[in-house]
Design a protein around this ligand. Structure first.
Ligand code: ADP
Ligand code: MG
Length: 262
């Protein structure tokens, strides 16, 4: 029998509800009695990059749905930057600075890279911030800086429809960045990408996290997760199974049993 570590301490459940960062404690989501999340606890510090892995059906997407207000938990605490997210609707949560990238990019094919980024700048979050950009005449600079950050500076005037699959994913990340999110949730970003694009995406996301901005990435590709170089949370049956470095979780017998060993 392997020694079972003190999972309470590991999960951070003894820590007080932080007034910064993302804090989930005892979160349960039921669908017709089935627990998609089962007393899930998670703490992500401001500026932290976190990877979340786990088998299909583990509850990874449901966790993101709870954070963004799409799904209400039956029980538990969900806080970000000192705010109780369970009392806020989806648009209020988005306005708080929580951005989400879905698996399927929602870029506008008929518009250029520049125009897509410009649209994102004008989107609802932060009209004051938006006005400030316009007054300073800096919108163009902000757009070009983001295009450079996502590696599309040479493609700014090309239509999004001409981009590769990976470049479209980056464009959508760029569109989210135009809103200056404080927490970015990214669901399976490298599915279908080439190895080179996958490596570049790891670099991009690692660079986006930092300062006050946290990034949570759900992904199956363990080489990609390793390249992120961050703490990893393993979900299984709606709860946290293991947490730590990629080496730690890959060596954890519980993780090997339910996920890696298959
Ligand atoms: P993952 O993203 O880790 O693959 P999900 O969060 O999508 O897992 O799903 C967790 C479990 O909850 C799955 O068994 C799934 O079938 C179930 N589930 C998710 N959303 C719903 C829903 N709206 N109604 C019923 N069951 C759901
Ligand atoms: Mg999912």
């Amino acid at each position: 029998m392997s020694e079972v570590p003190d999972r309470g301490a590991e999960r951070g459940v003894n820590r007080p509800p932080g007034d910064s960062g993302l804090y989930l404690d005892g979160v349960t989501v039921r669908f017709d009695g089935f627990r998609a999340l089962n007393a899930l606890s998670l703490l992500v510090e401001p500026g932290e990059l976190r990877a979340v892995i786990g088998p299909n059906g583990a509850g990874k997407t449901t966790m993101m749905d709870v954070i963004t207000g799409k799904t209400r938990p039956a029980e538990g605490v969900v806080r970000f930057a000192g705010r109780d997210l369970t009392r806020m609707d989806e648009s209020a949560i988005a306005n708080l600075g929580i951005g989400r990238k879905f698996q399927k990019p929602t870029v506008f094919d008929a518009l250029s890279v520049f125009e897509n980024l410009e649209l994102a700048l004008k989107a609802p979050r932060g009209p004051i911030a938006c006005l400030r950009w316009v007054l300073a005449g800096a919108a163009r600079d902000a757009i070009l800086a983001t295009a450079q950050r996502i590696g599309l500076e040479a493609r700014v005037h090309d239509k999004a429809g001409l981009l590769s699959h990976g470049q479209r994913q980056w464009l959508e990340i760029g569109m989210l960045l135009m809103q200056d999110p404080q927490l970015l949730l990214v669901d399976e970003p490298v599915a279908g990408m080439t190895d080179h694009e996958t490596a570049q995406t790891a670099e991009l996301l690692a660079g986006i996290a930092g300062g006050a901005r946290s990034v949570v990435v759900v992904e199956h590709d363990l080489d990609f997760v390793r390249a992120l170089g961050c703490r990893v949370t393993v979900l299984h049956e709606g709860t946290m199974l293991s947490e730590g470095s990629i080496d730690h979780v890959q060596a954890d017998p519980r993780v090997v049993d339910v996920y890696l060993g298959r």
